[in-house]
Design a protein around this ligand. Structure first.
Ligand SMILES: [Zn+2]
Length: 509
């Protein structure tokens, strides 16, 4: 295993103790995996979260509103016995044997009732370390600096005309050790940073209008406190202020059928709801029916379904750097990879795990899937990993900048920032409301539009994709609160998306 350590300073007992504890823990985990295997387990994985810290700060109307730091640690044991899984998690590693016995017993009991034994597709085993590229680790930044950054980022939104304004920043910091009975042994140090801005006010009709902004990432840089000083990514307060003022007196979105140009935040939502959730293999297999819903996609559609126009290329990409959807390896030890979900408009693959691809192959009566998509993820050590989005990206195209796309548009609307969303439970259709719209006539923006909405059926909508922005329009958007599973798990992930145009879309309904 590649472990990089800097030599401790003289008499640095804390450091030596910490190192000793980590090595003792690893020995304990390896011993426990061997013991469970001897007791009949056909597969075991153990995830230990040595550190799991969430730190969030928010401001309201120029004042610090909320500060919270949550520090957790613990471990989860997953055991496969006679075709059934058992899972148990606890906090103190000294209870590892007790938790393992509970997981094994649960698997033994379940195996008496299981109809189709669970199998896991083969994977490559790795002994490796993954670390999020970070320049200024949030842990090393004094709280007073975090508070002053929070307040300064929101200050351009202070305005007498607004009801409220404010923001939130969040830092997530994890140290994870993973080992399984097949020989994989991984350590991960993961950092995520989120930031949101908002301002709201009453419009000329007394209706509430709001503008918000979410921090995106640049895959070629790093993730840390430095993200909050990057002008390109974070200084959006003045823009939001101006846009909210325009929105308050703007005309309402009229009902019509026209071209729709989605900016990055809307493209991220569109991709998330109608590509991401629709292509989770467990949903396609029917596992989420009683909670998040199913999918209009059938296994028989793979390799054939014309999901979108030929300009649509989409990936489940576990390798996108600097994204909250990238952890190096998923939670069953599969190395992050780039899986092409849709190629030139045709459906190719799904978001999958080692278990779901075997079950899909059995139902399809063929080995369509040759490996896991590397997208089996858990919210934390105390949750069972399930099929989850990592980075569901849309590849950029060759249709130029946003300005180029506007110039090519005769009658359309530019839409940005989700306000509300309603989606068919099988992701077959959708209706989204946006915070702001900009009407485009004959290649130019004519005015801001209030209460803009659009709707569509997922497949005809993606088939109407007729302009895909070039690389300069591509942005890595972050999602911090995607819910799925029973018990519910909230996951962090990414969407790298370009600006796109769709033709003949119903707006204002
Ligand atoms: Zn979601």
């Amino acid at each position: 295993m590649d472990i990089v350590v800097s030599w401790p300073k003289k008499n640095d007992l804390t450091f030596i103790n910490k190192l000793y504890k980590v090595f003792s823990m690893q020995k304990l985990v390896q011993k426990e995996i061997k013991r469970l295997t001897k007791l009949g387990a056909s597969y075991v994985d153990i995830r230990v979260h040595l550190k799991d810290i969430s730190e969030t700060l928010s401001s309201s109307d120029g004042l610090l509103e909320h500060y919270q730091i949550e520090k957790r640690f613990g471990f989860g044991v997953r055991v496969l016995y006679n075709g059934a899984f058992g899972f148990c998690s606890m906090e103190d590693i000294k209870h590892l044997e007790q938790a393992s016995n509970l997981a094994l017993n649960q698997a033994r009991n379940s195996s008496q009732f299981i109809q189709t034994p669970i199998e896991l597709i083969k994977k490559q085993n790795h002994q490796a370390t993954y670390t999020t590229p970070t320049e200024n680790h949030p842990e090393k930044v004094p709280l007073k600096d975090k508070i002053s950054k929070l307040l300064s980022l929101a200050s351009p939104l202070a305005d007498k005309k607004f009801l409220h304004y404010g923001n939130k920043i969040g830092f997530y910091d994890r140290e994870i050790y993973y080992a399984d009975s097949e020989g994989s042994e991984l350590t991960k140090s993961i950092v995520d940073v989120e930031a949101h801005l908002y301002a709201n006010a009453l419009d000329i009709d007394g209706l509430l209008q709001e503008r918000t902004y979410n921090l995106y990432q640049n895959p070629n840089t790093s993730v840390g406190f430095e993200n909050l000083s990057n002008n390109q990514q974070i200084n959006h307060g003045e823009r939001l202020n101006k846009e909210l003022h325009e929105l308050l007196k703007a005309p309402l979105c009229e009902k019509e059928v026209c071209d729709v140009i989605l900016l990055n935040e809307m493209m991220a939502l569109q991709t998330h709801e109608t590509i991401g959730h629709a292509l989770e293999l467990d949903r396609i297999l029917g596992y989420e029916l009683s909670f998040a819903g199913g999918s209009h996609v059938a296994l028989s559609d793979l390799g054939k379904l014309k999901f979108g126009s030929e300009k649509l290329n989409s990936f489940a990409d576990g390798t996108t750097q600097c994204s909250p959807g990238t952890n190096g390896f998923d939670d069953e030890g599969v190395k992050g990879k780039q899986v092409q979900l849709i190629k030139d408009g045709i459906l190719q693959n799904t978001i999958s795990s080692r278990q779901s691809v075997i079950e899909a192959n059995q139902k399809m009566n063929q080995n369509y899937f040759i490996e896991s998509g590397g997208a089996c993820r858990a919210q934390s050590y105390n949750k069972l990993p399930i099929d989850r989005m990592n980075n569901i990206n849309v590849a950029y195209g060759a249709d130029g900048s946003l300005q180029d796309i506007i110039k090519n548009t005769k009658n359309g609307i530019i839409l940005e920032s989700p306000k509300s969303w309603s989606i068919g439970s099988n992701r077959e259709n959708f209706h989204f409301a946006c915070e702001i719209g900009f009407k485009v006539i004959d290649g130019e923006i004519t005015n801001t539009v209030r209460n803009s909405t659009y709707r569509g059926d997922s497949l005809p909508f993606w088939n109407s994709l007729d302009q895909v922005g070039s690389e300069e329009t591509w942005q890595l958007q972050q999602v911090f609160y995607c819910g799925k599973g029973q018990p519910n798990q909230i996951m962090r992930l990414g969407h790298g998306v370009p600006v796109c145009r769709f033709s003949n879309v119903e707006i204002g309904y």
